[in-house]
Design a protein around this ligand. Structure first.
Ligand code: C5P
Length: 300
């Protein structure tokens, strides 16, 4: 009988995100640098009698056949095209939902990696990346992990050397969720500014911490802030609050999460504590290097 597997599904932040234009298929071409952080969901796979899968989640609003974990299981079993042992998938949710932190995409990637092993499918990473792209634009990055420059709609990966270790303050206005499609739809395309993400990629390749720090001194490193900040006061206020604390914040993905890279633990932990006292959902986490989970998780 297959053994239980526990796998982490880490969140991502966008260190820079340039929207280059709208495509014929309705998606947008991007140039972005994604970074995995330690804030994670946890997916547990346990054997169950018979065939097929069942899915439980600690966040009841996420249970259903449109959840990306469920869809990852459906896609893999269709590709396998043979009888597969029964599995119970339990998702312990920690990453805020619809926050621009890639939680759903990372859950899907974790499900692909762990089920590939649970069902002994032996699909290559290349094949999983292909399947991941069918589930969502950010899923290939989440499968790969670490620090990656992405292009196309997000599915073309150009791995970078690991970002030098940073503490990361991640903050989300309490109770606020933003739908990614609506944020993209509300972009005024002829007025887009595209931050020069290739400059940041060069600084990361050269391990130049001073230039990485300077990148976040820019007014905006994420085109999608133009669609969110003018109409979503709590995000603008949160960014302003982090600046008051002496940090250099940016919005992640389509928001509403805001993050800041910080060198000192004391500074990061004091910022998180103050934000929590002010009613903000704030997390103290750190940058995660790549190649952490290619084996598909821990067996227990
Ligand atoms: O690929 P995914 O399903 O995660 O994307 C969710 C939505 O975000 C898409 O339906 C699209 O509206 C928008 N999107 C986009 N351009 C991208 C990625 C996402 O317009 N590169």
């Amino acid at each position: 009988m297959a053994r239980s597997i526990t796998i982490k599904a880490p969140a991502k932040i966008n260190l820079g995100l340039a929207v280059l234009g709208r495509r014929a298929d309705g998606y947008h071409d991007l140039n972005s640098i994604m970074q995995q952080v330690s804030l994670s969901d946890t997916l547990v796979l346990t054997p169950r009698p018979g065939e097929g899968w069942e899915f439980f989640c600690t966040e009841p609003s996420l249970v259903g056949e449109d959840n990306l974990v469920w869809r990852a299981a459906a896609l893999l079993s269709q590709e396998a095209d043979r009888r597969l042992p029964g599995v119970r998938l339990t998702l312990f949710k920690q990453i805020p939902v619809e926050a621009g932190l890639g939680g759903g995409s990372s859950d899907a990637a974790a499900a692909l990696l762990a089920l590939n092993r649970f069902w002994s499918l032996n699909f290559s990473l290349h094949k999983l990346l292909d399947l991941g792209a069918q589930l969502g634009s950010d899923v290939p990055f989440c499968l790969y992990g670490g620090t990656v420059q992405v292009s196309g709609r997000g599915e073309i990966l150009n791995p970078l050397p690991p970002l030098p270790f940073h503490w990361v303050v991640v903050a989300v206005p309490a109770g606020l969720r933003l739908s990614t499609p609506s944020v993209y739809r509300s972009l005024v395309l002829h007025r887009l500014s595209a931050p020069p993400v290739n400059d940041l990629a060069r600084a990361i390749k050269e391990g130049d911490c001073a230039r990485i720090g300077l990148w976040f001194q820019r007014e905006s490193v994420n085109t999608l802030e133009e669609a969110v900040l003018p109409v979503c006061a709590p995000v603008a206020a949160l960014k302003h609050r982090l600046k008051e604390m002496g940090l250099s914040p940016a919005m992640s993905g389509s928001g509403p999460s805001v993050f800041a890279l910080v060198g000192s633990y004391l500074t990061a932990s004091m910022a998180v504590r103050s934000l929590q006292e002010e009613g903000v959902r704030a997390f103290l986490c750190w940058t995660v290097p790549g190649n952490m989970r290619k084996d598909g998780g821990e067996s227990v």
